[in-house]
Write a protein that binds this ligand. Structure first.
Ligand SMILES: Cc1ncc(C[n+]2csc(CCOP(=O)(O)OP(=O)(O)O)c2C)c(N)n1
Ligand SMILES: [Mg+2]
Length: 323
């Protein structure tokens, strides 16, 4: 039994819109701060917000997340505090990892975000181990492993799927296919159009969903997560989306086909969601403006919090390390 609507048309997308706006505003604040030299540049997920929000909202409190270098959307959708995230990016003591991880290695244990890996594909290597330990300890919850189309071209993807299928591990593999693998288009690196096509050779069910339609992603992810939970077997969900900013900041995107990018900008996930809600009468312009205001206030407060947080002292450098 699915406890939530599996039909995208029955989903209340208003809270999802707010989460997407928060992610966009958070990452745009980082871009503006990095342009001004005040914040280190990160890898943003601008254009991919629906993929993150749709999947994370399909997860339960006991589920754990492994993610990658484009993790801000996953963390914010999971309920991470933007101030503590920004403090982490800025290397401050009040960051989730005391300012030592930056954006590329951040973990938030209390939210079940076990790992951000900047080694492409390492989250895939670790997913079977995390799922196996959950199972051996008798802990509830499935493992959601977020990775890119580039990671799917690495050997660790195939090793991970093979073991997950062999050992019946409850892993929801989520490939955010954003068409780019750093500065290389997926067409130049992938033998197939869809990453989901590769799952069948391991007997793993898979689906590709429109990654810019947040309700469609949420519905597909709920069904996939339920299937993983009920079967104790892996599932691969591919979200078909696009990275509309550069690989990192700054990046002039001179290698990008402007027509392709423009076509995806015309399907911006936030605009799509808001327009649909307005057209359906589920949101009116003043409610939409109130959401914008709430988000702006939170980001303003996050920036103030992060800037007020001190840098760690030099004598803390060797604390919390094994050797
Ligand atoms: C093992 C490894 N190889 C190369 C890199 C450099 N690198 C960082 S991100 C990236 C592209 C990854 O593409 P994808 O998996 O599609 O993720 P996306 O950046 O599109 O989200 C590369 C090659 C790395 N960090 N780790
Ligand atoms: Mg990619």
């Amino acid at each position: 039994m699915t406890p939530h609507p599996a039909n995208p048309h029955e989903i209340d997308a208003r809270p999802l819109l707010e989460q997407m706006l928060l992610i966009r505003a958070y990452e745009e604040a980082i871009v503006a701060g990095s342009d001004a030299g005040a914040i280190p540049g990160t890898c943003t997920s601008v254009g991919q917000e629906a993929a993150a929000v749709g999947v994370v909202n399909a997860l339960g409190a006991d589920d754990v997340i492994l993610t990658n270098h484009r993790s801000a959307g996953h963390l914010l959708a999971r309920g991470a505090d933007p101030g503590r995230l920004l403090a982490e990016v800025m290397g401050r003591r009040d960051g989730y990892c005391k300012g030592r991880s930056g954006s590329l290695h951040i973990s938030v244990k209390e939210l079940g975000v076990v790992l951000t890996s900047t080694i492409v594909g390492a989250e895939l290597s670790m997913a079977p181990g995390v799922a196996l330990s959950q199972a051996m300890l008798g802990w509830p919850g499935i493992v959601a492993c977020f990775f890119g189309d580039g990671a799917a071209c690495e050997g660790s993807f195939h090793e991970s799927l093979n073991l997950a299928a062999l050992w019946n591990l409850p892993i929801l593999y989520v490939c955010e296919n954003n068409h780019w693998q750093a500065f290389v288009h997926r067409r130049e690196a992938m033998s197939r159009e869809h990453v989901s096509e590769w799952a069948s050779s391991y007997g793993i069910p898979a689906q590709t969903v429109d990654g810019n339609d947040v309700a469609a992603v949420l519905a597909a992810a709920r069904a996939a997560a339920e299937q993983v939970r009920a079967s104790c077997r892996p599932y691969l969900l591919e979200t078909w989306t696009y990275r509309t900013r550069g690989h990192f900041e700054p990046d002039d995107q001179s290698y990008v086909d402007p027509a392709e990018r423009a076509a995806w900008l015309a399907r911006d996930p936030i605009t799509l969601c808001r327009d649909r809600l307005l057209a359906a009468g589920a949101l009116n312009p003043s409610q939409a403006a109130a959401i914008d205001d709430r988000v702006a206030t939170r980001i303003h407060a996050a920036r103030a919090f992060a800037e007020a947080s001190p840098y760690p002292a030099a004598d803390e450098l060797t604390r919390d390390v094994y050797a």
